[in-house]
Write a protein that binds this ligand. Structure first.
Ligand code: 13P
Ligand code: SF4
Length: 405
């Protein structure tokens, strides 16, 4: 089955090479919201990822059903205004606040801002949700963000537009396999990325987001602590190179960032030699190497404001452009390529799970029985420890009590 890309090319696509260069995993072609190529027998996930075949099939089915729904829910401008009005009324009536990630659509981010909510990275989403007085948090992001909100504020109701919105890092780190990995290395401090399930966090000593990953690793390295790092191998590799920490790595990756191509960025630089390159550390080392700045989503936005370049090539999810353009309205942003030469679609840099946070699902978020986030009490208690530790560490970083000089 082949579907058409309605946005960038009206012609049918007939082969993988027209979508992505051969080295690109087919999952990316499958996940691209504009082009869907369905090849049932192909091994479409990088072999290195620790995901069982049945799980891969489930991911593919989830993404496919999401894509089917996305196609159905295209809304007219009038419908969009109606949905936005309904969402605003619902939030006010239910004493709820909308907490959105930078990777959600511009409409969702604008709504969060217009209704007194927040648009931010995963660390700030956690902090904002915890500190806000609303009784209900509507988390527009992916599952781990909803779970984090629930763990930090168990008395609040946490709803998500779609609980199926997950993350390849979370999927690639099953709690039982991870526990066995940790048990096999009891001498190591366990550091997990926020992009993990509550059960994986419950097994950790530390949770980190990309905003404070370097600081935490450096803090541990200073104490000669050996580390287990999970699940993102690119972020872990970057942290290891920057801090020299002794890291034993879990083998996971973000399907969006992993597809950025150093060669594609270099070619784009030939057209825009003046451009700076901003890179999220979930990207491969070859991409990180050519960056002018590497950082979390919030750090990328700040770098775009601070650095002197007028043009930037940006290697992270395209959703961040809404805030980038707001933060630096006079600057020009270009999405980094994920596809190689000859590709028709130049960039698939959109997280398919973040895209599940559409207006229609937000408008019905209070009406459905299947979208409240729950975390088992015992798991939440154990996961709270490393999460609290991260927030306390982040607070100390802000006040200069700990951190890199
Ligand atoms: P941030 O922690 O920078 O928001 O990133 C979360 C994420 O999912 C990146 O892909
Ligand atoms: Fe996960 Fe990557 Fe999507 Fe972020 S962009 S939520 S890391 S799949």
């Amino acid at each position: 089955m082949v579907r058409l890309c309605s946005q960038c090319n009206p012609k049918p696509f007939v082969g993988k090479s027209q979508i992505c260069e051969p080295s690109v995993s087919l999952i990316n072609a499958l996940l691209c919201r504009r082009i869907v190529l369905y090849l049932p027998d192909v091994h479409f996930f990088p072999e290195a990822m620790s995901i069982a075949q049945d799980k891969l099939i489930r991911i593919r089915e989830q993404v496919q059903s999401h894509l089917d729904r996305v196609d159905r829910v295209r809304v007219t401008p009038e419908q969009r205004s109606e949905l936005e009005a309904r969402i605003k009324d619902n939030l006010a009536r239910e004493n709820a606040v909308l907490v959105a990630h930078y990777y959600t659509s511009p409409e969702v981010q604008a709504l969060a801002e217009a209704t007194g909510g927040c648009v931010s990275d995963s660390l700030e989403m956690a902090r904002f949700g915890r500190d806000h007085p609303a009784e209900t948090l509507i988390v527009a992001g992916v599952r781990f963000m909803g779970e984090t909100a629930k763990i930090l504020t168990p008395d609040k109701r946490v709803l998500m537009p779609d609980l199926e919105a997950t993350c390849s890092l979370d999927l690639g780190c099953p709690a039982d396999e991870f526990a066995a990995f940790c048990d096999a290395h009891p001498d190591r401090e366990v550091v997990v990325y926020a992009n993990t399930s509550a059960a994986v966090k419950a097994r950790a000593d530390w949770v980190v987001t990309s905003s404070i990953a370097l600081d935490v690793a450096e803090h541990l390295a200073e104490q000669d602590k050996k580390i287990i790092w999970a699940p993102d191998r690119h972020l872990g590799d970057y942290v290891r190179r920057m801090t020299g920490a002794d890291i034993l790595m879990w083998d996971g990756a973000c399907i969006v960032h992993e597809e950025f191509k150093a060669r594609g960025i270099e070619q784009l630089k030939q057209v825009h030699p003046e451009a700076g390159v901003l890179v999220h550390p979930e990207s491969p080392a070859s991409v990180v190497e050519i960056a002018d700045y590497v950082g979390s989503t919030t750090q990328i936005i700040k770098a775009a404001q601070r650095l002197p370049h007028e043009t930037f090539i940006v290697a992270t999810d395209h959703g961040i452009f809404f805030k980038l353009q707001q933060a630096a309205p006079d600057k020009h942003f270009i999405i980094a390529p994920t596809a190689g030469e000859g590709a028709t679609c130049r960039s698939c840099a959109n997280c398919p799970w973040m895209a599940m946070n559409d207006l229609e699902r937000l408008a019905t978020v209070f009406d459905r029985p299947d979208n409240e986030v729950f975390v088992a009490a015992a798991v939440a208690t154990d996961a709270m420890r490393p999460l609290d530790r991260m927030l306390a560490f982040a607070a100390e970083l802000n006040t200069g009590v700990v951190g890199r000089a």
